[in-house]
Design a protein around this ligand. Structure first.
Ligand code: HEM
Length: 396
């Protein structure tokens, strides 16, 4: 196979980059789908998978592509041992513990409280005529929703942000950084252990209360399993939906005619949200480990190969999506892989969709003539989740 250097490959994960560079990655994907759809990078020893059909196979066929023992989900990561890093049969047992709370029916019951939370953040900025979409709406809105669903106390809804920013002097700034003898992970751990203990004694109508007494095959989950589950739900519920909302507003400013159409025809919003998810996904890839030698896209992968399945590339595969680089809010069918597929299909998809369906029409209806602040550089932190850092806009 032809060898390529990092530079030729045209992408640099896990770093801050201008959004223009992020968008250029789609050209690299197009080239790779055509020329090397399953590509082994000798420098990193990773296998990259680009075509829709192959990405779908990787995320669906758990007998050959395992979610367990993947570097990064290692011993000290909070993802270790959580539902996202488990294969059957343990996967199903863990997933069953929270499935009921996230069905479309269950989350639809949250509509009124989600609307109230969205309104609160819109009210905070409306009279100013300007805001940073990321810090004023995209971050706090889903963070508050998931914190309420879990049962994190009101005053602590943004606890992750506060830990990460070191806003309170006694709290650490970065994962791994030690402040007053404790890392951010240790602070999180203690926080949830106390919360779980409290809810076990006085249960409420929230997810932490039900998790605190959850059993699998008659056995209680360990303290570590419980804490990791809470952190996974809180983190997944914040960071991903934040990007869906930031990406949506970014695309509204790139395609003002689309924004205007959605303002006039809000009934198009559900389909538009699916197209936003396909076109500029919050999560760009998922990772698996091969359990044995396996054929994929004409290549033979060895056992224990680490595979990066680029759902962001699959979403632009012309074999699946005619005219894939066209942003078409009425695209039908639109079977994007942004929420994954198969047994690990995102638990929170109904919640993320509900949040977007509520906040985006409110935003277009209440803030008129939305424009990006000219010349403000839009930067993206590229990792598994692609995060717009700051998106200042003005409106009337
Ligand atoms: C637009 C927003 C979101 C996107 C794009 C997204 C994306 C994904 C993807 C791609 C997966 C599959 C991972 C894999 O196959 O390895 C996943 C799984 C998961 N997501 Fe989401 N997610 C979003 C919102 C949420 C929300 C709001 C929650 C809230 C609880 C959540 C919780 C989870 C959990 C717990 C899993 C693991 C499911 C399993 O392994 O069975 N996600 N998500």
């Amino acid at each position: 196979m032809q060898k390529q250097s990092e530079g030729e490959r045209g992408f640099s994960p896990f770093q801050l980059q201008p959004i223009e560079q992020t968008l250029q990655t789609f050209q690299w994907f197009s080239k790779m789908r055509a020329e090397q759809p399953v590509y082994h990078d000798p420098a990193s020893n990773l296998w990259h998978v680009f075509r829709y059909e192959d990405v779908n196979q990787v995320v669906t066929d758990y007998s050959h592509f395992s979610s367990e023992s993947i570097p990064g989900f290692s011993e000290n990561s909070f993802l270790n041992g959580t539902v996202v890093a488990k294969d059957p049969p343990d996967h199903r047992k863990l997933r069953n513990l929270v499935n009921q709370a996230f069905t479309p029916r269950a989350v639809n019951h949250l509509s009124d409280s989600v609307t109230a939370i969205a309104q609160q953040f819109l009210d905070n900025v409306r009279s100013a005529g300007k805001m940073d979409v990321v810090s004023d709406i995209a971050f706090p809105f889903p963070a508050k929703v998931i914190a309420a669903l879990l049962g994190v106390p009101d005053e602590d809804w943004d606890i992750f942000r506060r830990w990460a920013s070191g806003e309170r002097a006694e709290e650490p700034r970065k994962p791994g950084e030690v402040v007053q003898g404790r890392t951010m992970e240790e602070h999180m751990y203690t926080f949830f252990v106390h919360l779980l203990e409290e809810r076990r004694k006085s249960p409420r109508e929230d997810l932490i209360s039900s998790l605190s007494v959850a059993e699998i095959d008659g056995e209680r989950l360990s303290e570590r399993e419980l804490v990791s589950f809470c952190i996974l739900l809180l983190a997944a519920g914040q960071e991903t939906t934040k990007n869906l909302i930031a990406n949506a507003v970014y695309l509204f400013t790139e395609y003002p005619d689309v924004a205007e159409r959605l303002r006039l025809q809000p009934e198009l919003m559900p389909k538009a949200i699916e197209e936003i998810l396909r076109f500029l996904p919050p999560v760009w890839f998922t990772i698996r480990r091969t359990t044995s030698e396996v054929e994929l896209g004409g290549q033979t992968l060895p056992a224990n190969a680490i595979v990066m399945a680029w759902n962001s590339s699959a979403n632009r595969d012309p074999e699946q999506f005619p005219n894939p680089d066209h942003f078409d809010i009425e695209r039908e069918p639109n079977r994007h892989l942004t929420f994954g597929h198969g047994i690990h299909f995102c638990i929170g998809a109904p919640l993320a969709r509900l949040e977007a369906k509520i906040v985006l029409p409110m935003l277009l209806d209440q803030l008129k003539d939305i424009k990006r602040v000219p010349d403000f550089p839009i930067n993206v932190r590229a990792g598994i989740v692609y995060v717009i850092q700051s998106l200042p806009i003005t409106f009337l």
